[in-house]
Design a protein around this ligand. Structure first.
Ligand SMILES: [Zn+2]
Length: 112
């Protein structure tokens, strides 16, 4: 398995789509929820800070929402942590079945 470009030895390579029968890595739902809730949490925290600075304290609804999103983030983080070994295996299977690669540095394309 080669994870570098054979032409310029760059590690910035990406898989090339192989049609409809390509094996796709199984993305756990907990990862999707985790990424989404972290993003939401950041927005809410920023909103809380902005409101405390400019409006003398964040509204209770915003504080409750921040707390709920924080709990969701922690919960999905724990779930993803438990699913991580399976996710790693699925990613490894995907990388091994991937035969077409492209280099982002020199645009060189090759097949394994
Ligand atoms: Zn290259």
């Amino acid at each position: 398995m080669q994870y570098r470009c054979p032409q310029c030895q760059s590690a910035k390579i990406m898989p090339v789509a192989q049609g409809s029968n390509a094996v796709r890595p199984e993305i756990p739902k907990s990862l999707v929820i985790l990424v989404f809730s972290i993003f939401l949490l950041l927005l809410l925290v920023i909103a809380c800070i902005v409101m405390s600075v400019f409006a003398h304290g964040a509204s209770p609804i915003l504080q409750i929402a921040t707390g709920v999103v924080f709990l969701v983030t922690v919960g999905s983080g724990l779930l993803f942590w438990r699913q991580l070994p399976n996710f790693k295996l699925s990613m490894q299977g995907f990388l091994q079945s991937q035969k077409a690669w492209k280099c982002r540095d020199c645009n060189h394309e090759w097949h394994l």
